[in-house]
Design a protein around this ligand. Structure first.
Ligand code: ADP
Length: 464
């Protein structure tokens, strides 16, 4: 089987969140069993000097306008990765937008990306295009329109982002009006790219079994629950994994003191180092960390409502957050008010590893969470996750009988969150139990191997 994995971000080339991690780790895991190739945009901020130019160029005609597209390539971890360099797509300094908001020509940027993918898939003679989120969703429609012998599988990583544009997008991309109806791209009078993936792909997946159920309900369906119910027969929920070679506390170049389940003492040395660097208080107090995009989804309203009650307790809180958001100002005010609260702003991969390694508890009070990777990374680093029981957090953080797991609260309310903190403080006081839980968590398999096997079966079924 020849599979082309299509994504708008792949770590380490471009990353805004978990999609980039998955787009690196899943093809890598699958490449043991099948021929995996990946394709992503070449953004303006990326350095193309280490990439090879791929001989072929593409002349795409969309909406009567010609676009000249170049392709670059490299091999990473055994996977051939292709990069699409195209007008508008490749001139930006960010992936999707800047402080002024989303780029106004994202419809064209990613429309061209999708059209280029279809051409590339033909050149590479792929059997399946594996599409991810709205940025590559139009491939399913283009493949259908051209009646190509290529199967498409569409994975929803986050239903909250749908790629919604004004109707003139249709003309700009040369998409026929016949697709603009309630069972196609139309969404309250606008064009919805994600709907193309749902409507025209041969198989649909989402990133955890629980989220696969949740998205069929009004609470989590983001207005598409009815449409998803129409297509429910082709939906499978497959739990994400992480690259356990990369997220490995024993072999992590970002850590001064590597450690494993049998050598947890070193974890504390990382904590001490972090405290020294940022001038934090006593390392004896439990350290709660959060590593996150500043998005509503991640539970920042709940955090802001609860911070006074949290920060008056005997604990340290450290947030490493990124993204444009109105939450930043309020968080800064709390950081000025409370000595035991440290706010770090920016995206910093190496620092995030040090924070995972230093934390005693990782907070994820998410309102919804398709899968979430932070909690898996945290458990791998012997840091107990404290999570809202939702989406993939439900599937990946268990509490109870096996000794592994985390602290789970049922309702996204201040009361429930504070009770979860109380349980965490109680657990922190019971060092032997805390250590048992951390060791059990560190020994769990969070790799992509089980998930990759499920995707592989799905690919085989599509081609059977
Ligand atoms: P989402 O994709 O919704 O942002 P995930 O939990 O699936 O959430 O993945 C988030 C990924 O981004 C993880 O690898 C996490 O460590 C990383 N991350 C989030 N915020 C930051 C940050 N400020 N600096 C570095 N890495 C971050």
């Amino acid at each position: 089987m020849r599979i082309l994995f299509c994504a708008s971000e792949i770590f380490p080339f471009a990353k805004s969140g978990g999609l980039a991690d998955v787009s690196q780790a899943l093809p890598k895991a699958l490449s043991r069993d099948t021929q995996m190739m990946c394709v992503m945009p070449l953004y303006g901020f990326m350095d193309a000097t280490s990439l090879d130019a791929y001989g072929q160029t593409l002349e795409l005609k969309l909406g009567g306008i010609e676009y000249h597209v170049q392709i670059f390539t490299t091999v990473r971890q055994g996977v051939q990765i292709y990069f699409i360099k195209a007008p508008m797509l490749s001139t930006t300094e960010h992936l999707y937008g800047d402080s002024a908001g989303a780029y106004s020509n994202n419809d064209l940027r990613f429309g061209i990306f999708c059209a280029a993918i279809v051409e590339l898939a033909g050149i590479l003679e792929v059997d399946i295009c594996h599409l991810n989120d709205w940025h590559s969703a139009l491939v399913a429609l283009f493949v259908r329109e051209k009646n190509l012998q290529i199967k498409t599988i569409f994975t929803i990583h986050n239903l909250a982002y749908q790629g919604i544009f004004e109707p003139d997008t249709l003309e700009r991309l040369g998409i026929k009006r016949q697709y603009f109806h309630i069972n196609g791209l139309e969404f309250y009078g606008k064009v919805n790219f994600l709907k193309a993936g749902i409507a025209y792909s041969d198989a649909l997946t989402t990133v955890s079994p629980n989220y696969a159920k949740e998205i069929l309900t009004p609470e989590f369906g983001c207005g598409l629950e009815g449409f998803l119910n129409l297509h429910r027969e082709k939906i499978t929920g497959i739990l994400n994994g992480i690259d356990t070679d990369f997220f490995d506390p024993q072999n992590d170049s970002a850590l001064t003191y590597p450690y494993s389940a049998t050598n947890l003492k070193n974890k504390n040395k990382n904590k001490k180092e972090l405290y020294a660097r940022f001038g934090l208080g006593s390392t004896k107090l439990p350290l709660f960390v959060m590593i996150s995009r500043l998005a509503h989804q991640k539970g920042f309203d709940l955090m802001l409502e609860s911070l006074d009650a949290i920060l008056t307790q005997k604990l340290q809180l450290l947030l490493l957050v990124d993204g444009q958001s109105e939450y930043l100002k309020s968080l800064e005010d709390f950081a000025k008010k409370y000595k035991n609260f440290t706010l770090l702003f920016g995206y910093d991969e190496a620092l995030s590893h040090r924070v995972y390694a230093s934390g005693d508890f990782l907070l994820m009070p998410s309102l919804f969470e398709p899968c979430g990777l932070n909690q898996m990374i945290a458990m791998r680093y012997g840091t107990v996750p404290l999570v809202h029981d939702v989406g993939g957090l439900h599937d990946s953080v268990h509490q109870g009988t096996t000794g592994a797991g985390g602290i789970v609260f049922k309702k996204p309310s201040k009361k429930a969150l504070l009770l979860a903190f109380a349980r965490a403080l109680h657990l922190y006081a019971d060092k032997p139990l805390l250590e048992r839980i951390n060791i059990a968590n560190m020994q769990r398999d969070f790799s992509f191997a089980p998930g990759a096997q499920k995707y592989l079966k799905l690919y085989q079924k599509l081609l059977a």
